[in-house]
Design a protein around this ligand. Structure first.
Ligand code: OGA
Ligand code: MN
Length: 296
């Protein structure tokens, strides 16, 4: 097996042949590479959903997720496709509409910087995407190294974020749409919104290193802090964390498997041509409650 780190703040390509035939030793190396490089790219895979699930289970228990919403289905223009009940752990990320049915969710627009499902009490450790169809251009997925974002903060800010908690609100998805259960409450009071509170600085349970855990910007606030002060601090942290020097962007090819550690990265998707087909299968590995180890 080969591990080829990218010339960037995070990410590496793994060359290991077909992952569904990987030995236990190779899987152990991939797990370690994931801790070392945060985002892994494995090219030229042709995984069935059964093989994708089997691969995902090497990294922990899989999390069942609801179908990702299609913006067009949200607007009532097409029907939302149903998931394949044989593989309920697999969700579909796609803009493709077939016979008036959206194959998957998240459309063709920009997805703002976020980490997956941080509004959950125990957000997932890993997300794995497998590309079945990709556009000729656009739709790149970018990643941020949130250890680096923390390590490079000015000392005064490092001290300031130590004891703070952030509210991760689940009203709006990364595509900017109000999630269905909250459609009637789009103007829901910020402080009373659905979601979870997590430490702004968390310790990765496996690497034991600390990283910023920002979730997403929309409707986020620092618990117990006056609104103007909270906005100013979050703006400062986001401006710092989203600098180019912490980013690596992935240009998709059919067959790519891309997996990332949600605890210490954020990701972003560029928009792409609405008439192009983009179709990926996704799975999510369960995680634990975020903690700052020095406080427990
Ligand atoms: C996701 C996601 C990015 C993409 O599936 O969680 O953010 O590039 N996808 O589609
Ligand atoms: Mn995501």
């Amino acid at each position: 097996m080969e591990i080829l780190p990218f010339d960037a703040a995070l990410g590496a390509e793994i060359r290991c042949g077909d992952v569904h035939q990987a030995s236990n030793a190779t899987i152990a190396q991939i797990r370690q590479a994931s801790l070392d490089h945060l985002v892994l790219l494995i090219r030229a895979q042709t995984l069935s959903d059964a093989q994708l699930c089997a691969f995902g289970k090497h990294f922990g228990e899989l999390q069942l997720s609801n179908p990702l919403p299609s913006p067009l289905a949200n607007e009532g223009k097409v029907a939302q496709g149903r998931r394949d009940e044989r593989y309920p752990e697999v969700t579909v990320v796609s803009n493709v509409i077939e016979n008036g049915v959206a194959l998957g969710g998240l459309g063709d627009g920009e997805l703002v910087w976020h980490t997956d499902m941080s509004s959950f009490a125990a957000p997932p450790n890993q997300t794995i995407l497998h590309a079945l169809e990709v556009p000729a251009s656009g739709g790149r997925t970018g990643f941020l190294n949130m250890y680096r974002a923390y390590e490079t903060l000015p000392p005064a800010l490092k001290t300031r974020v130590r004891d703070l908690k952030l509210k991760h609100d689940s009203t709006i998805d990364a595509a900017g749409y109000v999630r269905k259960p909250f459609a009637k409450d789009a103007d829901i009071d910020l402080r009373a919104g659905p979601g979870s509170e997590h430490p702004l600085l968390r310790t990765h349970p496996e690497t034991r290193s600390d990283c910023l855990y920002l979730g997403r910007r929309t409707r986020a606030f620092i618990v117990g802090m006056e609104a103007t002060e909270s906005e100013a601090l979050l703006d400062e942290l986001w401006a710092h964390a989203t600098q180019h020097q912490f980013v690596w962007r992935h240009d998709w090819r059919v067959g790519d498997v891309l997996m990332w550690d949600n605890r210490c990265t954020m990701h972003h998707r560029e928009p792409f041509d609405a008439s192009a087909r983009r179709h990926l299968h996704r799975m999510v590995v369960k995680g634990s409650v975020p903690v700052l180890a020095s406080l427990v």
